[in-house]
Design a protein around this ligand. Structure first.
Ligand code: MF3
Ligand code: CO
Length: 256
């Protein structure tokens, strides 16, 4: 498993990609009102790419595991959809829990981030699920320091989800990122302290906890070949940042 360590110059370009990602997510979130369609959110995010002169990391992305290339620039996962929700004509309803995920490429370097929020009137349980997912992400980011191990990072994320009684989607986690959106290593959302690959300065990881309200880890993939739903139909939340491991500590690249 070859992991390319990024130079400061390369991190600067990834930071530019991360800014586009943050801008697009913010614009899509602002546009997500009761009655807005998921396709309209995709169009809002695509417009940010055009204005900022960046390319989509997601559009036409076709891993071996998927039956068809990804058809949009944004992932829109509603309620029991965990991740990779394909934008459709569905119009958002009051109380929907929406997760949006976006990737952008600038000069050949990628950024990838996601956030979850409630449209309209929130249910306390959804706010708790989202807040816990964000805390898990923050704990994962804090563990992304030189000398720590991947198991420390996974442990930090998983402990928070499990302690709250939530499930963590099986076999899915974060990933290295750089010249490709998905690079080695795989970054599990659970782990054992002191185990796994040692983190080094110059590594860049997309850290992305996915928590399920029902406490189960299994999921099913929809007919579209992409959208992942919780197996029990309970709601799920997702949060993600692209993070560089530096001598000064974790550097979050996907911020405005
Ligand atoms: N953050 C997601 C992931 O790493 C983005 C993938 S979207 C895709 O899996 F649709 F392009 F695959
Ligand atoms: Co990702």
């Amino acid at each position: 498993m070859l992991i390319e360590l990024k130079t400061e110059g390369e991190l600067a370009v990834m930071r530019a990609a991360g800014k586009v990602v943050a801008d697009a997510l913010r614009a899509a979130r602002e546009g997500a009102e009761v009655g807005t369609s998921l396709r309209e959110l995709d169009e809002i995010a695509a417009q940010v790419l055009r204005v900022e002169g960046a390319k989509s990391s997601f559009l036409h992305y076709h891993p071996r595991s998927a039956p068809a290339p990804y058809p949009a620039v944004l992932c829109t996962s509603v309620n029991d959809a965990v991740v990779h929700g394909v934008p459709t004509g569905y119009r958002l309803r009051d109380g929907d829990l929406l997760s949006i995920d976006f990737g952008a490429e600038v000069d050949g370097w990628h950024g990838d981030a996601a956030m979850s929020f409630v449209v309209g009137t929130p249910d306390e349980r959804d706010l708790d699920l989202i807040a816990t997912t964000e805390r898990a992400l923050a704990a994962g980011i804090a563990a992304a320091v030189p000398g720590a191990r991947l198991g420390d990072l996974g442990h930090a994320i998983g402990e928070i989800g499990r302690a709250a009684g939530y499930g963590l989607v099986a076999d899915h986690g974060g990933h290295g990122i750089g010249r490709a959106m998905h690079e080695a290593p795989h970054v599990p959302n659970e782990g054992s302290p002191g185990r796994g690959m040692r983190l080094r300065e110059g590594m860049v990881l997309a850290i992305e906890p996915m928590l399920t309200a029902g406490g189960r880890d299994d999921y099913r993939t929809a007919e579209d070949g992409w959208t992942m739903h919780t197996a029990d139909g309970s709601r799920a939340a997702h949060a993600e940042h692209t993070v560089a491991i530096t001598a000064d500590g974790p550097r979050v690249l996907t911020v405005p």
